[in-house]
Design a protein around this ligand. Sequence first.
Ligand code: NAG
Length: 272
Amino acid sequence: MDLRCLLCCRVALLLLSMPCGLYCMSVHILNEGPMYVIPGSPLILEARIEQGPLEEISVVTWEREPESGVAPGRETLATCPGKGSECAGTSPNVSGNMQHQVATLRIHRYKSPDSGVYAVTVTDHRGVKTTAHCIIRMYEAVHHVSVSINISHSSLICGESWGTDPHFNWLHEKIAITQSVGTVSKDGSTLVVTMKPFCGHFTCVVSNKLGYSSASFTAAPCETEGRGTTVAVVCLVLLLMLVGGVLAFLLWRRHRHNSRGQWLHEHLDDTI
Ligand SMILES: *[C@@H]1O[C@H](CO)[C@@H](O)[C@H](O)[C@H]1NC(C)=O
């Protein structure tokens, strides 16, 4: 094997080991989509650009279009020259930069209309474009929590309308559910009630980063020991009051009788 061939092989190996050949460009957005952003907080998107050794970036553009709907409103957010680090944002709320093959887009205060499909497009010196996309949605608060019952399966189902990333929590008589009450499904939305009888107050609390909301289901009241004691105490108090009343009445009557007798006695004494 002569030296030239060895060199050849090396170059070939080098080219094969590169993610793309001499003339190819790839771009991907580092944030895993869809991404949910809380209104008022910043949105930061990063895209990594891989390029062949002979490739030159001429321009990087960030654009956005609605995720659905008929209006095809594609909007340019920022344009970054291939060389140089700062990008030109199209509004004061947007900025961007390029550093070490990473393009960053920053929306300083995210608002609902900022939701959509974001696209980063890299154009090389020959005008060839490569694009990557990422879906951005608004992080929504928990809405309209409700609890329904599936009688045939002794289960309660907690529903929530459109909150982002809802977490379900169940309470029975304001206490977290234990094995003696029932079991909660993996996603938390269903409670299979195993307690007999099926009674008391059930509450489903749904929460996410923006707060929580709850709904309840009320079955027949539970005849617990505590309740029995309360009833017994109330009965005892009533009984005591009754006995006290009767005693008081008897004493009053006796007293009146006595004083009347005395009066009669005195009266009679006077007339005689
Ligand atoms: C009750 O739950 C079972 C099991 O999840 C389901 O197959 C059934 O359709 C439910 N019944 C009602 C009325 O929703």
